[in-house]
Design a protein around this ligand. Structure first.
Ligand code: BGC
Length: 760
């Protein structure tokens, strides 16, 4: 009898807590890449939750940095002790098979329930083999290459014990003052969705349990790239139409691709910080999109709701964040401090906490950590894969594909290999700058190949003279007096050379987080130096290393060729040399508009027409939507990029002139390589909805294909346009296609002029 009542008691305790657990069950569909047996997963997590104390549950919502690498303002020195006490269930900035194994052991062997740690890190454009910065990689318009770069990053990171990357960053931005524009995929919605999906697929693969895949994280949710005046962390205020039309689609695309986690953004949106924003986190992310994984904050962004001014103290911020559905606190150390009290006071329900914990545990389960917590920390795999010859070769290839030839007067490029080159400029021999910001665990010294090293390997030491010429520093202003000390040495070297290659742009830390700028000209006195060099009358090739659109009107008028190389990664110097000396033909296109002057910002190709558009055929346009002192057009439009060869487009053909709900239009266009080199072209298709219930952009990208066309060859490139491509938010905010007439444009950039009309 006694025994029976004990059994009943135990059962009711288990059932009681199971009931609350059961209520916290996730109802949305599990993405296929999780590859889990839901019944087994549920029962594992139910039984764990039933055993966990409140403190242990809270521990699973805590993410702390290790002291190995620090990406924000603070570190808790006691993190190892906290791991052993079960007070922190997740660690970031820890990598390396041995180090992660050591920390994992602390959790598995010391805590009561032995729940494994989850290790996260900013594996953004490579782990140790660094690829071009994300904006650069996006300029490749090569989704396979982009996916491969993320795949390789995941292979290296997972071998070093990492389970989770804080990428992809899918923030659209149209303001190059914002330094983080370098981390995204540019200005366009359609293209950014494609890139976002490719990156999620690259990181996560088809099976989270595979030891070479890691969880991806869509960040920063949401509208972070619309910070006022391009100032990082600044206010964002926009209509729901703009939010849903421009800023949310790439996030939705990651959900559709099965992304495992989301990170909130630092900014407020329409008066409410994103980290406590019910509309974003509950209504849209969970209810509309059915997102299944967990949501982590950005660095201390719960705490930042206090200075934002929506709460008076950290405790109230925690209440706001948890109730909005934020599952994990990144380095804020405020869930650990205040959640218990808030639950005791009934301000946060235990149910809420259970849901958050379940979401975290589900992904630990999907990664296979409950079967073997050490399965990712693998020294052999680390040795075999990290910076393998194959990965380095891939990095070189992606870097080549990402470079954009902006100007090439009289075929100034490619250069012959038997000439004397004066390599001049502050970025000609700097290892650190080659790999850009957020270069993960990439070594800052030795590994990155500089431009000088690339040139030496290509044409021999005796043919290259390098002179720095001028210096850059992160905080320099135009008004600062710049030294011309290095000019004379640069000029002397240039005098002895056949051609000048200027490696100029920004230091890597002049773009990226907290790196907003109010001046987009070449910083410092780089332009002054170019002016001096120009006086010599020798050809000048400008190779740009930078993380954002710059204003280059003078350079465009005065340089013989301009190659946008971004921050090209570990193998950057070799990739630049491959292009400059003609072993590879540039094929990148701009994923973002380059303005003529800062005053044009924001400037992007899919603007609206306005009621007073200018008439380009007239010399004088008065009372029109225009500037007096500059054309409306940018210096280089979205989608633009030259090749060493040339392409001609003709014979745009549509299978029908009417799209229906069941009938697509098959589009075909002939693209001929009319130059002397084999080359790749990014064929782009744009659509304009002529009349809408709300005004529509002048055109929008709806398809692109990168094709290799041999010299003299013609390829017929085809697209399939369906009613899905015509949808937008109508006057009632329904996402529909409206009947009417449309224009289609096909060509090599967003100014494409070959056009046909069709109807829906
Ligand atoms: C950045 C995030 C990053 C996080 C963790 C923050 O400062 O905004 O993008 O993932 O730090 O390092």
């Amino acid at each position: 009898m006694k025994r029976l009542s004990l059994v009943i008691l135990v059962l009711s305790v288990i059932l009681g807590s199971c009931q609350s657990v059961v209520k916290s069950k996730q109802t949305t569909n599990i993405p296929s890449s999780w590859n889990v047996d839901k019944t087994i997963m549920d029962s594992k997590i139910d039984s764990l939750l039933a055993l966990m104390t409140l403190e242990e549950k809270i521990g699973q919502t805590v993410l702390l940095t290790s002291n190995r690498d620090v990406t924000g303002p603070s570190v808790n020195k006691d993190y190892e002790k906290l791991i052993m006490e079960g007070k922190v269930g997740n660690i970031f900035n820890a990598y390396g098979a041995d180090f992660t194994r050591k920390l994992q052991k602390l959790a598995v062997e010391n805590t009561r329930l032995g729940i494994p740690l989850l290790f996260g890190y900013d594996v953004i454009h490579g782990h140790k083999t660094i690829f071009p910065i994300s904006l650069g990689e996006s300029a490749s318009f090569d989704l396979e290459a982009i996916e491969l770069a993320s795949r390789i990053a995941a292979i290296e990171a997972s071998a070093e014990g990492l389970h989770w990357t804080f990428a992809p960053m899918v923030d659209i931005s149209r303001d190059p003052r914002w330094g983080r524009i370098s981390e995204g995929s540019g200005e366009d919605v359609f293209y950014s969705c494609e890139v976002a999906k490719a990156r999620v697929k690259g990181f996560q693969g088809n099976d989270l349990k595979a030891t070479n895949t890691i969880l991806a994280c869509a960040k920063h949710y949401a509208a972070y790239g619309a910070a006022q005046a391009g100032r990082d962390y600044h206010t964002v205020d926009m209509s729901d139409r703009e939010l849903r039309t421009t800023y949310l689609p790439p996030f939705k695309a990651t959900v559709d691709a099965g992304v495992a986690t989301f990170m909130t953004s630092f900014n407020e949106l329409n008066g409410v910080p994103a980290t406590g924003n019910d509309y974003l986190l509950k209504d849209i992310l969970r209810e509309e999109w059915g997102f299944r994984g967990f949501v982590v904050t950005d660095y201390q962004s719960i705490n930042e709701m206090v200075p934002h001014g929506v709460v008076d103290n950290d405790k109230d911020a925690v209440e706001m964040a948890m109730n909005a559905g934020v599952d994990m606190d990144l380095q804020g150390e405020v869930y650990s401090k205040h959640l218990k009290e808030l639950i005791d006071e009934g301000k946060v329900s235990e149910e809420k906490l259970n849901t958050a914990v379940r979401r975290v545990l589900e992904l630990k389960f999907a990664l296979g950590l409950f079967e073997d917590p050490y399965r990712y920390s693998n020294k052999e795999r680390q040795k075999e894969y990290v910076m393998s010859a194959e990965h380095l070769e891939a990095a070189r290839d992606v870097a080549r594909k990402s470079m954009v030839l902006l100007k090439n007067d009289k075929q100034a490029l490619p250069l012959a290999k038997n000439i004397k080159v004066a390599l001049i400029g502050p970025l000609g021999n700097t290892e650190r700058d080659m790999i850009g910001s957020w270069s993960g665990a990439g070594k800052h010294k030795d590994d990155p190949v500089t431009v000088l090293e690339g040139f030496i390997e290509k044409i021999g030491k005796e043919n290259v003279t390098y002179v720095q010429g001028t210096k850059l520093s992160r905080y320099m202003k135009r008004s600062d007096k710049q030294s011309r000390k290095g000019f004379s040495e640069a000029i002397a070297a240039a005098k002895k050379a056949d051609v000048i290659v200027a490696a100029m742009g920004e230091l890597q830390n002049m773009s990226g987080e907290a790196s907003s700028r109010t001046d987009l000209d070449l910083p410092g006195n780089q332009q002054e130096l170019l002016k001096e060099l120009k006086k010599l009358g020798k050809p000048i090739i400008l190779v740009l290393l930078n993380g954002r659109p710059l204003t280059l009107e003078w350079e465009n008028n005065n340089m013989d060729a301009i190659l946008e190389a971004w921050f090209p990664g570990t193998m950057g110097g070799h990739a630049i040399a491959d292009i400059v000396f003609g072993d590879a033909n540039p094929s990148g296109k701009l994923p973002i508009t380059f303005p003529r002057s800062l005053g044009q910002v924001p400037i992007y190709y899919n603007m609206k027409n306005t009621g007073r558009p200018i008439d380009p055929s007239r010399k004088i346009n008065t009372y029109k939507s225009m500037y007096l002192d500059n054309p409306n057009t940018p210096l280089y439009p979205f989608g633009y990029g030259l090749s060493y060869t040339s392409f001609e487009y003709e014979n745009l053909m549509l299978s029908t002139d009417t799209i229906t709900n069941t009938q697509n239009i098959k589009v075909a266009i002939d693209v001929k390589n009319t130059g002397d080199f084999d080359g790749e072209e990014v064929v782009q298709l744009y659509i304009q909805d002529k009349i809408g219930s709300v005004t529509r952009p002048v055109r929008e990208l709806k398809g692109f294909q990168k094709v290799l066309i041999k010299k003299g060859e013609t390829k017929t490139v085809t697209f399939d346009v369906s009613v899905e491509d015509l949808r937008f938010y109508d006057i009632d905010m329904n996402f529909v296609a409206e009947k009417g007439a449309f224009n289609m444009f096909v060509g090599g950039d967003s100014n494409a002029t070959i056009t046909k009309e069709f109807n829906y």
